[in-house]
Write a protein of this length. Sequence first.
Length: 516
Amino acid sequence: MLTADRASGHGAAPKRSTTSVRVDDTAGGRLGRLVARLRARAVPNRWSGYLGVVSGASLGVLLVTGVVLMVFYDPSSALVRYHGSYEPLRGVEVSEAYASTLRISLDLRGGLVLRQAHHWAALVLPASVLLQLASLFFTGGFRRPRQWGWVLLVGVLLLAMVSGWSGYALPDDSLSGTGLRIVQGVALGVPVIGTWVTFVLFDGEFPGRIIENLYLVHLAAPALLVVLVVVRLRMAWRDGPAQLPGPGRSESTVVGLPLWPAATVRAGGMFLITTGLLVLMAGTMTISPVWLYGPASPAAASAGSQPDWYMGFLDGALRLVPPGWEVVWLGRTWTLAVLVPLAAVGVFFTLLISYPFLESRLTRDRQEHHLLDRPRHTPNRTGTGAAGITFYGALWAAASADVIATQFHVSFEGVIWVLRVVTVLGPLAAFVIARGACLALQDDDHELLAHGAESGRVVRDPGGGYSEIHRPVEGRRRLGLTRPETSPHPVLDGPPAPQAADADQEPAVPAAGHRR
């Protein structure tokens, strides 16, 4: 393990002799200095740190397969007669986009693997980013100086969703056509600007030139995504890694593996494993069989249709609002069945992006933090995260309300009503339960630090009583049970968590054991 000073970003630099100055000015010398700097930079060895590698591998697969698919895909809504190898659709009038998708899937050697790898990577990328956000949220990894890194990561999530949604519609099959019809209805429901937005998006009446327009979005979104990722990596390099409390770790020192070669090799291995799994999934697990769905038709819609998982919460929000919920105001009809879901989702993401700044303002915390928190040490933050997950999960589940009803043989209306209650009351219940669990775990930590850990040895004292010998909690485990002294107790976190004591200080343990 390597211990590095955070101020310089690396360990002590080797002394340079006078005779080596001229050699160091060459390309080889500069490369040697770079390698030495990478060797001296410590990276904490945490499993959550590899979530970024999973995201990077997914993005890499997306870009490589996307560039190859661009060569064979025709983004056109023009109608043609299909004369490919798929017999059931031969002679049917389809769009150029759908026909080219069939050619890629069924006639191009390896084309189906390319398409499915592209689709699977588009599903894994937002999942890995969400897990990164959850890890940062519950450990406080978004605090100064990493607040803008959090904002950029939320931006990466949103761009990944936009990129995936725009690509989901490009095959122009019946399933994606149903999704586009829903998008049109939502856009038309927006007061004042709804008609204009629909006209711009579809370039006329539905379906218009939506394929051509979405293709441009699908090209621009990944490019912006790469830019955000590069900027965030640059900020992460500048700020240095955050780490959980442990032996030798402090706000000014980092303990971990050398960036080169140990951490780089591990990250490279995770990158290759993720890439291999995506290719394996593409070769063995069918996804988006557009030849079975048939071409998109404005008059066709299938029951049980589902969006890709990362867009499910939007669909679920629309399903939970009562139908026909409208009011007339200022001479206009306001469709609350559309506006309320959009407002709820908009507020949710606004709070998600601004949470680091809100917490900093509420707790009056202006310090920089390089040591992470255990979730139990911040009960209100953990409760807030649990409430947000419950709200998001209820909306996400509502997108599959019809499937839940048919699979469990219950009424669709009953499922919707249950999910409405969960959406409103579930976050409050999750907050109370999670906060209570954190406080209970803190009490257990206090007890463990005060009396030590159970040893399993029961002794009898001269008075005839029995007691168990407790052993002191020391080292890494003791540091894991305490909260760093440099971390202020936020106003919103209630009772203070146990404070870190000197690593060499023995805890108070009864000499004859702790009587039970």
